[in-house]
Design a protein around this ligand. Structure first.
Ligand code: FMN
Length: 156
């Protein structure tokens, strides 16, 4: 199965998981990049507010053509009990191009399932697998078992 891992990460946690998944399944990987500066306290505030309001954002160009891939694995941090604003913008822009999808997120502690439901709703496809990890789990480095079981559900 030709696979691509796509992720947004503001502070590197989701990126770490994306890289681990891509390496284990031998997938290509591309980061979703936002044109909005989300650094610092101001960035945190606008990001939380915009995520809760389900706003979109202008993204930088994305280079891979999703229709070339049998599976796209999408990763996002949780913001305001939702997917991040750049992840919402990305899947909204690309929603016609997905074949099979799987979702993962990193979060302080809650909102993962709600975000996954929102992603499924926009794309209109049930994910083959989902994986919600806490920031603490990712930072402690003890995620390989959960990643392996996520990958086990992807099939092919
Ligand atoms: C604006 C903002 C809102 C957040 N809201 C939530 C939330 O609702 N629930 C939660 O568990 N974590 C929340 N977090 C924590 C992040 O989901 C968590 O730190 C995540 O691992 C960050 O991923 P990243 O390093 O890839 O950006 C929030 C973080 C930010 C910046």
């Amino acid at each position: 199965m030709k696979s691509l891992v796509v992720f947004y990460s503001r502070t590197g946690t989701t990126k770490k998981v994306a890289e681990a998944i891509a390496e284990k399944i031998g997938a290509e990987i591309e980061e979703i990049k936002d044109t909005v500066d989300r650094t610092g306290a101001k960035g945190y505030l606008i990001s939380g507010r915009d995520a809760m309001k389900k706003r979109l954002t202008k993204l930088e160009p994305f280079w891979h053509d999703l229709s070339d891939y049998d599976l796209v694995v999408i990763g996002t941090p949780i913001w305001g009990w939702n997917m991040s604003v750049p992840a919402r913008a990305f899947i909204t822009e690309q929603k016609e191009k997905f074949k099979n999808v799987a979702f993962f997120c990193t979060m302080g502690g809650s909102g993962g399932q709600r975000a996954f439901s929102g992603m499924e709703e926009i794309i209109g496809k049930k994910p083959l697998a989902t994986l919600a990890l806490t920031t603490k789990e990712v930072v402690s480095g003890d995620i390989s078992g959960k990643i392996d079981s996520f990958i086990g559900s992807l099939g092919g």
